[in-house]
Ligand binder design. Sequence first.
Ligand SMILES: [Fe+2]
Ligand SMILES: [Fe+2]
Length: 247
Amino acid sequence: MLQINARTRVTDLMKGPPGLMAALTSTGIFRDGDDPDVTIGELCWNFGFNPGILVMVLEAANIPEERPPLDIAPYRAMPLSGLVDHIEQVHHAYLRRELPRLTSLAAAVAAEQAGDGRLGEVNETVSRLARELDAHLLHEEEALFPMARQLGAGTAIAPTRCGDSVGGPIACMETEHEDATRALRKLRELTADYAMPDGAGAPFGELMVALAAFDRDLREHMFKEDEALFPRALEAQRLQRLAATAS
Ligand SMILES: [Fe+2]
Ligand SMILES: [Fe+2]
């Protein structure tokens, strides 16, 4: 993984995960067309920006891309409301079914092998991620998905507690996807990619199989949202606003 410090150049960030350049440009101290040979330290010096804070922001975005082996093209071609229905009916339904089973299984295995600190950490990570995902699904279903359906139907967005633009909820959802990606990576590290050591008991095996399936489903779920739903909703909103100003 790319090591980031004040001597790191923008050209190095460009070769890293795409989130790095997005994080840098969001600070406003580097724009497309600026000299990429500059170091982070020089940028901060020129703009009076705290280099410690910038390194922290970049470290948070320094996540290797973990694209699931999934052809995204059919999901980009679906009608917007059909894509929302698909995500709800397949992935949200799966999580609502699976999260209670997964959390009790992780708790039972951790209690059974209380001396194994890694299983305690697996249990804590699963339980925290399940709570965060419960809130995440609700947020999508109550704010973002109705907006996407309205955009798909060509009707104006009815304001919600998140405003009347899909950009706000999408920015929140993307941050939560990054948190979930980090939690999945931690689970894979703690379990050596959900490996089953010789002599492991049945509940442990059941937990590893369930976690591997959960990991695969959640990565596909977030990939469909990040790469198909979010850009398509933003584009539909842009076109709707253009049409509104032209008329
Ligand atoms: Fe979702
Ligand atoms: Fe999501």
